[in-house]
Design a binder for this molecule. Structure first.
Ligand code: BGC
Length: 771
């Protein structure tokens, strides 16, 4: 099967060059193989199975809730893990982030076991460790691979300092159903953007490869299709057509593998009827065979056990054998591991010892390359210094500035001047925990700047800033497993008088020159195990917004979210809407930077923003069919186009596009055409624009989408400045997986090209692909 490399965009190449340190991986393949083979030769089958096991090790007090969530073995887990460490039967641990504890546990393996093989420490370093970056969907909204790479390099530096060797990131699952809470962890709906973001994250986390100083192993996840869960319900089955799988869901994984990812994590659900964690086709044929992946594969947490739950494996021993035979090198286990049965499976001939050795070889190779066999311990003093590095917060601030998306700005209400009186309204405006978003555990709330803090700091004595929450926090109907970690659910304020608080917020708004209303979802309402059946603003937030708008004071709505929410009322009644996502440690500072115009907003939506939940899924890259003129009237009760299109995002300036040209009228399959377009800042201020390039194939051996993103570059232009940008359109962009021929094809056809500031761009030209 011809698999052509997808050319990285130029901006990301430049950023990669910049971020790479002078030192690369220092261990030759021969050295790695020699050390690994020498160890394998001395290991028992039980020790080999142990190397293939990763245990959770929680510093949580056992409780009934924890046992209910993780099984009855939870309370005896620390003792069980420590005994296994001493036997040399642990390959990796997860959830330990205290360097002192890392060293204590590492000593048990290195000094207490027969071969002294160190363990890998893994963790969910999703958007920062101590310095929290905007959530991944927000980083994707920056459309800035350099910024994304830099953010993950900071996260890696902190993780490394804490003794972590491996990040369970990036999540590269395409998500087209925002009911699915984990849309927040990915890059949205588009495979091209998703691939660019995936590669940037891998480069940021891993640097030049395993063993680069201050970097960790990147573990793209969850192979594959997890984002397409039926009904948006987390963990539920996924049924994807051949075309969707190859053209939409797999490209970000392939890009992550090409960027050198050292690990891949499997997914929980059934993919077209086969559990992803027992799916030999996916793991052996596609991942290793077609893409040449040579790192190690880990299961998602307890996903090997789940092979039994799926009704796939007969029992735990069968589950372990089938996972290994499918290509899962390491089991991530919460309780008793299924891989503990592997020695029996080898004896029974269900698993060939050579297959087991192959898995062990891949895991040990990662340890050798990471330098663990030479230096298994972490420097506890350095950890304190690195984690407190203020330079990290500066990078997080820039990232939060660059990820904000200006959805609407009627009458140029934004930017504001820091004078007069400003009302800040809404409970999320002053919630440190919510400002950080989900999937963080090692944050420091004392360092976290809320929107209210940021506005107050920036306004100084120049403006009077008042605050009223207006309403109490809303709650989930059903709790999530994350609620077992402290501080995850919003605290209900004591003595909160609902009527009086609403009245106080309205009065504050009425008496102020402008009202900043911060609304969205509380962070425990989005993420893993946080799917929902509606997109409405939870709790009394819409009523609060309507009451504030009714005062007549101009309103700026700041949305704190990881998925699109139902903003139909706001989009007609609120002049300015800025999507700030969960902006992280420096979030409030960055939001103030944007609101007061110190930096321009330039982020763009990485998904089509639906009007209402009933429209899901709504994507820009649909194919065209009968009565295309009625695309916006497919429902009789609501417009069927998005509220805001994919790629949308305004600036404080204006941009005009012209001279969209292709360097030749015709190419042949395999050749590359160069498209150029000139963009001019026609406004009065400097601004950022993400120049986007889309194609549409007019005819061919399959129906192709009305638009497909095939290039983008974020640029900063001074008022009046013009820039001509070039984008290649070659095999990487023009080929697609054809479900009829079950292969990649480049059709002879006419290709329409569009360029502009979002997926509805009108400036167009075309060229042909001739035989
Ligand atoms: C998630 C993974 C995560 C793992 C370890 C699972 O529930 O699906 O994304 O890496 O837990 O925390």
């Amino acid at each position: 099967m011809p698999v052509h490399p997808v050319p990285a965009d130029r901006a990301s190449q430049a950023a990669a060059a910049h971020a790479r340190g002078p030192a690369g991986p220092v261990r030759s393949d021969a050295e790695v193989a020699g050390r690994v083979d020498a160890l394998i030769a001395q290991m028992s089958v039980a020790e080999k199975a142990g190397q293939l096991t990763q245990y959770f090790y929680f510093a949580l007090q056992p409780s009934e809730d924890l046992e209910a969530a993780f099984g009855a073995s939870f309370s005896r887990q620390p003792a069980m893990v420590e005994a296994a460490l001493a036997r040399g039967e642990v390959g990796a641990l997860l959830f330990v982030t205290d360097p002192v504890e890392v060293n204590r546990l590492q000593r048990l393996a290195v000094e207490g076991s027969r071969h002294g093989i160190p363990v890998l420490f893994g963790f969910d370093v999703i958007h920062g460790l101590r310095t929290i970056f905007p959530v991944p969907i927000a980083m994707a909204a920056s459309w800035d691979p350099g910024c994304i790479e830099q953010g993950q390099a900071v996260a890696a530096r902190e993780a490394c300092a804490a003794g972590i060797h491996w990040a369970f990131a990036p999540m590269v699952d395409i998500a087209r159903d925002p009911r699915w809470g984990r849309i927040i962890e990915g890059a949205g709906e588009d495979p091209y953007l998703g691939a660019a973001v995936a590669a940037a994250q891998v480069r940021g986390l891993q640097g030049d490869g395993l063993g680069s100083p201050d970097r960790v192993i990147a573990g793209p996840k969850h192979l594959a299709g997890y984002g397409a869960a039926l009904g948006g319900r987390d963990y539920d089955e996924v049924n994807l057509s051949d075309s969707e799988l190859w053209n939409v869901y797999l490209p970000p994984f392939r890009a992550a593998v090409q960027a050198g990812a050292g690990n891949i994590m499997t997914a929980y659900m059934d993919l077209n009827g086969i559990p992803a964690t027992g799916n030999r086709w996916l793991l052996a044929e596609v991942l290793r065979g077609m893409w040449g992946f040579d790192g190690f594969v880990v299961s998602d947490a307890q996903a090997v056990h789940d092979l039994r739950t799926h009704g796939f494996a007969a029992d735990l021993a069968d589950a372990g054998a089938r996972a290994v035979n499918a290509g899962v090198d390491m089991e991530m286990a919460i309780g008793d591991p299924a891989y503990a049965h592997l020695p029996d499976a080898v004896r029974a001939g269900l698993v060939d010892e050579d297959v087991l050795d192959g898995c062990v070889r891949r895991v040990l190779s990662a340890k050798v390359r990471m330098g663990l066999l030479d230096q298994p311990y972490v420097d506890e003093d350095r950890a304190r210094e690195v984690l407190a590095d203020p330079a990290h917060r500066a990078v997080a601030r820039t990232a939060a500035q660059r990820s904000a998306v200006l959805l609407r700005n009627e009458g140029s209400l934004l930017p504001l001047t820091a004078s007069g009186s400003i009302a800040v309204i809404g409970p999320l405006a002053d919630s440190r925990r919510d400002t950080l978003g989900p999937w963080v555990f090692d944050y420091d709330l004392g360092e976290t700047v809320t929107v209210l803090d940021g506005i107050r700091n920036r306004a100084g004595d120049g403006a009077v800033v008042g605050y009223a929450p207006g309403i109490r926090p809303a709650h989930r109907a059903f709790p999530s497993m994350f609620d077992m970690f402290g501080g995850n659910t919003p605290a209900d304020p004591a003595d909160f008088d609902d009527d009086a608080e609403l009245a106080r917020a309205v009065t504050l708004a009425r008496e102020s020159d402008v009202a900043l209303v911060v609304l969205g979802e509380w962070q425990n309402m989005i993420g893993e195990a946080a799917s929902r059946s509606s997109l409405e603003l939870p709790g009394g937030q819409l009523a609060l917004l309507q009451a504030v708008v009714a005062t007549g004071t101009p309103v700026v709505l700041l949305i704190m979210n990881g998925r699109p929410l139902d903003l139909r009322w706001a989009a007609e009644n609120v002049p300015a809407i800025l999507d700030i996502w969960y902006p992280g440690t420096e979030g409030g500072t960055a939001v103030a930077d944007v609101i007061f115009g110190d930096v321009p907003p330039g982020g763009k939506l990485p998904f089509s923003w639906p009007r209402t939940v009933g429209q899901i899924p709504v994507i820009y890259s649909h194919t065209i069919s009968h009565q295309p003129g009625n695309q916006g009237r497919r429902y009789w009760d609501e417009t069927s186009t998005p509220l805001f299109p994919f790629g949308h995002g305004l600036s404080y300036s204006r941009f005009e596009y012209r001279d969209l040209t292709v360097d030749r009228n015709q190419i042949h399959p395999g050749q590359t055409a160069i498209v150029s377009v000139t963009v001019t800042n026609t406004g009065q201020r400097s601004g950022d624009e993400v120049v986007q390039l889309y194609i549409h194939q007019r005819h061919g051996s399959a129906s192709r989408p009305v638009r497909e993103l095939k290039g983008f570059q974020r640029v900063t232009l001074a008022a009046g400045e013009s820039r001509t940008l070039e984008f290649p359109l070659g095999p990487g962009q023009l080929r697609y997986w054809n479900a009829a021929t079950r292969d990649w094809v480049i059709d002879t056809s006419t290709i329409d090209v569009f360029s502009g500031g979002d997926s509805t761009a009108e400036l167009t030209t075309s060229f042909t692909i001739a035989a």
